[in-house]
Design a protein around this ligand. Structure first.
Ligand code: URP
Ligand code: ZN
Ligand code: ZN
Length: 488
């Protein structure tokens, strides 16, 4: 056996499949041995009584991204990845977000310039396609997919981002041809617009009306439509940040019919409700995100979806805006709900919240926790098995958890630039104390040890869940393929 640089000794190692008491031997950046009584390493971590888990993958977060309305996220690649690492996450997949008229290639270049010198953990990029022009669809996107940007998000709502169903079909057809994964923000734009206009006409401006303007029906309808469009072209689809029972039912129904439809949810749909948007004054602005948090019944349905496999991924959708004129209040201290930047932070809190409320309370088991927070994202986005598991040959991205440690969540504990957390004052049990990224100790007993810029870019492979490797994708031929959709 190679000399071991580091041995994590005596802990309980959990992956998406197993829970085993064993040591983890690391040489350089990789796991090289799993077993009992491994030889001594140059450095040792005593994990007696601890859980040794794959570092989390946060596959939905917004970092150093400017919103379509021009508001900049509070976190840059340094603060965001520091925050992620403190919460046990060792890979982030934020978005390189195209605004209309922009070259996608140029957008990607600019995000690299932001991330390269700052990230302390590894990162990949999804793309956001808001302008599927001929240049983008014909040249830039296929070339970027070949270069390792193999997933992209499209929006069915937001004035400046939304694509229509025709464009969605174009995007899905391209994804099918190139083997990429499409992520969809599924809410019915015209429903939201229609309700919002009437609320504003009636003088209803407060943050709580944000939730009312994004009805569950709008989410359910758009989810249904997106699934049917993907079914028409027989291409996988991942529905992101799902909050409503109606949408969950659509995803489940599609999965039961054998379609490759995947679902993602986020902590805000487990731990917040629309009531949070009705806090005093503008406080509710902190909780405005889309889709909005719903009610306690919806929370239960989301938990069920995590437990029964409807959801493959639980990411943060970290979309950080400060509660001041640079962020949530950029349109003024009394802005209407329509002018409040959408999004809540969650990079650091994601794993501890799910561990504490999910694993410790018996709603999901440890294997499910690992699958939902790391392994499935690695598989969906072409990073597996390098990331998302603890196995010989995988990157040594590992979080050593004290399953008994109690931590009260505060803005300070989050280590981000946001200045508040929606989970302020909530006490969780279980915390990642020591965190490794490619064998480097990034967090040592809660202390940051990583250098700025030490994170690396990860080009993604074509996701195996999008197109199984080696499977030839039949050409789309309306005369042949779409006949399958004509009812007998
Ligand atoms: O409200 C949210 N989720 N903001 C972030 C952007 C998005 O749609 O994911
Ligand atoms: Zn979205
Ligand atoms: Zn998002």
């Amino acid at each position: 056996m190679n000399d071991l640089d580091l041995v994590i000794r005596g802990g309980t190692v959990a992956t998406a499949a197993d829970v085993v008491k064993c040591d983890v031997g690391i040489a350089g950046a990789s796991v090289v041995a799993l077993g009992r009584d491994l030889p001594r390493g140059k450095r040792e971590i005593d994990a007696t009584g601890k859980l040794v888990l794959p570092g989390g993958i946060d596959s939905h977060c917004h970092i150093e991204q400017r919103s379509a309305a021009g508001i900049m996220c509070a976190d840059d690649f340094y603060s965001a990845t520091v925050s992620a690492a403190h919460g046990g996450t060792t890979t982030v997949i934020p978005f390189a977000a195209q605004h209309r008229g922009q070259s996608l290639r140029q957008v990607v270049k600019e995000y690299h310039e932001c991330a390269g010198p700052k990230a302390v953990v590894d990162y990949a990029f999804h793309l956001i396609i808001s302008d599927p022009s001929e240049q983008v669809m014909g040249q830039e996107l296929p070339a970027l997919i070949a270069d390792g940007y193999t997933s992209f998000k499209v929006y069915l709502t937001y004035d400046l981002l939304k694509i229509d169903d025709y464009q969605m079909l174009d995007v899905l057809a391209l994804a099918r041809r190139e083997g990429a994964m499409v992520m969809v923000h599924a809410e019915n734009h015209d429903v939201i617009r229609w309700v919002s206009e009437r609320l504003l006409q009636g003088g209803h401006q407060a943050p709580k009306f944000h939730a009312i303007s994004h009805p569950r029906i709008a989410e359910g309808e758009a989810t249904h439509r997106a699934i049917r469009l993907s079914e028409l072209l027989d291409v996988p689809l991942l529905v992101v940040h799902v909050s409503a029972e109606e949408a969950i039912a659509e995803i489940r129904r599609a999965q039961d019919r054998g379609l490759r439809i995947y679902g993602e949810t986020c902590p805000q749909y487990l731990f917040l409700t629309a009531q949070d948007l009705d806090r005093d004054g503008m406080e509710g602005a902190k909780y405005c995100c889309s889709p909005p948090p719903r009610d306690t019944r919806a929370q239960e349905v989301v938990w069920q979806g995590l437990a029964n496999g409807t959801f493959q991924v639980m990411s943060s959708d970290h979309a950080p805006y400060r509660f001041d004129e640079t962020g949530k209040l950029a349109a003024g201290p009394n802005a209407s709900f329509k002018k409040i930047a959408n999004g809540v932070p969650g990079l650091c809190a994601r794993l501890p919240l799910l561990f504490s409320e999910g694993v410790r309370k018996g709603r999901i088991d440890l294997n499910q926790f690992v699958a939902l927070t790391a392994t499935n994202a690695a598989k969906l986005y072409g990073l597996y098995p390098r990331k998302g598991t603890i196995a010989v040959g995988a990157d040594a991205d590992i979080a050593v958890w004290d399953p008994e440690r109690e931590v009260t969540l505060t803005a300070e504990v989050m280590h981000d630039n946001v200045g508040y957390t929606p989970y302020e004052g909530r006490t969780v049990t279980g915390w990642p104390e020591t965190v490794l990224s490619r064998g480097r100790v990034v967090i040592d007993q809660g202390e940051l040890r990583a250098e700025r810029g030490s994170g690396e870019f990860l080009p993604c492979e074509k996701p195996s869940m999008a197109v199984p490797r080696g499977e030839s994708v039949p050409e789309l031929d309306p005369a042949r393929n779409f006949g399958a959709h004509i009812a007998p």
